[in-house]
Design a protein around this ligand. Sequence first.
Ligand SMILES: [Zn+2]
Length: 592
Amino acid sequence: MTEKVQLPGWDLEAIYPDAAAWEADFAKIRPLADRFAAYRGKLAESAAMLAEAIAALDDFERLGEKVYVYAHLRSDENTADSANRARVDRVCGLFAELSEISAWFEPEIMAIPATRMAEFLEADELRLYRRSLQELLRERPHTLSEPEEKILGMFSDVLAAPGRTFEMMNDADMDFGKLTDGAGRRVPLTHGSYRRFMEDGDREVRRRAFRRMFGAYRKQRNSFASTLDATVKRHVTSARVRHYPSALAAALFPDQVPETVYHQLIATVHEELGALHDYLELRREVLGLDRLDMYDLYNPLLPECRCDYTWREAFDTVKAALRPLGEEYGATLELAERQRWMDVPERRGKRSGAYSGGCYDTYPYLLLNFNGTLNDVFTLAHELGHSLHSYYSNRTQHYHYADYSIFVAEVASTTNEILLFEHLLAHTRQPELRAFLLCHLADEIRGTIYRQTMFAEFELAIHRLTEEHTPLTADLLDDTYFQLNARYHGPKVQADPLIACEWARIPHFYYNFYVYKYATGMSAAIRLADRILRGTATDREAYFGFLKAGGSRDVLDIMRDAGVDLSTPEPVRAALRYFRRTVEQLRRELGR
Ligand SMILES: [Zn+2]
């Protein structure tokens, strides 16, 4: 406890020295919105006019982010403080009021006649914005007439209803009752506690939780099938209406990711399912079970190692692990500490978990709840990966291009985790710790590449069924899911038939082809960590090129220049070979 008192907090005064300074900026937001709105109807007048309008929108959004970030970080620091809460509410209220402020903007740009736009794109005044204008114009063939867009806009809230209904059922209405946990306590079974039940050492406790959870979904499966069916129909219909060849093509269009990337991911993971089956077989042996069931996949294979880190040790370990990134990166880590980007200790009222957050005009802050576990050290490395990615992109790019796409958002953070894993493994001879680390990594890759690809394949299957006008009934969804689950987990897992309705509880199936990015992101990270550890100075420079790129180029180009060509199956294949080696090493470490 004595150390907790000394754990560092973040320096939010660097954003605003006091509440009055925040108020002063808050008061500027509406005038900035008005200044931007004055350009309505004038965009086609000249290149200079269009450039001014884009800059005015940037000014409004940029200050809005800063004002919001401060309110939000202050509120997370102490969620019980009503002054903090009030600031967040006021910002959100103002943004809601101004949410329509830019609705006219993109349609007005798209309505600029093609010949005039061609001149604009050559004009010096618009040089900075050329890329973002071209991005917008790519959407022209998929944009409908003004009255059509208007009608679709009016229906958008109604069309989102099935997704909202799913959330309501899943988060509010589903009741899983109470269960006895491993310590003999009666506790409510919830989405949060389910994870702890699955980690319980007592198989019977796990089995009961599993059957209770999926039994509850099974009872509601027709309702869940209906919300999912409607959501997939929405994706498919919207793709048709907007002239895309398929729902998948429509979903990948904004990132300019070809559909082959998606199909290759699935095909490559199929090739390497054997490695997953080997890992599950090892798991079965270590757990001493005749067969594995779905509730035997998340309980720790090995006892948690009793690693206890002080904050100093944790930070220094991460710094040492990231030393292969070079002096420049190390100096930035020291800067993060000196400028106090991090709020480290756990406190009453503080938001739980960990994140990296900030904006163009603030430090890339980190909220942590540090308790000294090995897991906390991994979290620190992960969140620093996000923060330094933001730091380099913000410093290198103009505000307009500083934000990076979701497609690459987890790459830098995961690269740091892999580097930390390699560092710890290289510096420990203790067999229990080595086995623990290898197991931790294998589980991460299983959860991020194999499981998310299984989800991605399911998503593709249900969209195709809908494209062929096959209604997604509960039976069809159950069958499709059960078969995929059997294929991915292999013959050594005899799944409880209730797993068939797992599709009913996965929110990501409502996100329109989102989860494949987890698998490609981790594959990229494994490849990059390898180049950083075993490559040349040029490889490391290339990695910095990615950190500094923000959203200034297409995601596949950014990754290719950093040394990962995600348009080929090679990065995923290499990541799964790395998984296979990890499992083999784990088997040796366990003497099996
Ligand atoms: Zn992350």
